[in-house]
Design a protein around this ligand. Sequence first.
Ligand code: BTN
Length: 243
Amino acid sequence: MHLIKLNATDSTSDYLKGLVSSTHQPDFTVVFTNVQNKGRGQTNAKWISEPYKNLTFSFLKYFKDLDNSNQFLISIAVSLAIYDTLKALNVPNLTIKWPNDILSGISKIGGVLVENTISGQHVKYAIIGIGINVNQTKFPKEIKASSIALKLGQEVAVEPLRDRMIQNLKHYLEHPKKLKWQELYPQYEQLLFRKGSVSTFKTLDGTYISGIVTGVTEQGKLQLLLENDQNGEYSLRELKLVY
Ligand code: BTN
């Protein structure tokens, strides 16, 4: 593994993106920092992380045969790798909130930002940014966030956690043959937050809909059984879970 450790940076994903666009970097190049000043989340959200408390890193993964239409498999594989790592620490009540938030109970303790570069019909490479709340104990009230330390009642060393997570990421991502929908999807689906329960969502036009989470399509859309017994499929930009 090629590890680049920065004292501080705006965003490990942006740093890695810049590096990859100007020089060849080996597969699984990792950019890690303890101080990320302008972390980015999904759908243009910010990812705010207290310096020296949390795990913030990005890594580069090349793909050979991953069809565009299967890109959601990357999210699934990464979510499962994070799940396995946190499960081994005994973090309680872990689930994956679609598409790839990691929850403990109802609080978010980790997030993933997958940014793919496409060439023709295939995913050429992905820059995958991971943020895990490790030892931070105070969060703004308006966000439902928590950390490993809050959940376990003790601090956890960040860098060994990073290295264990990278081992698990390699396990799921290193052998492209492992990226099979039939094999990974059942594991992901089993861990899906609120699967089988009625949830309320806010749509793009500000209206609210209720539905039962039934699964995720191969394209990564969330499937809902709506109140009128119709099935709906929604992309991340179209929907926000209220509860
Ligand atoms: C989300 O939940 O919205 C995704 C959060 C991803 C945050 C990580 S922290 C390391 C990497 N660098 C970034 O700027 N973002 C990701």
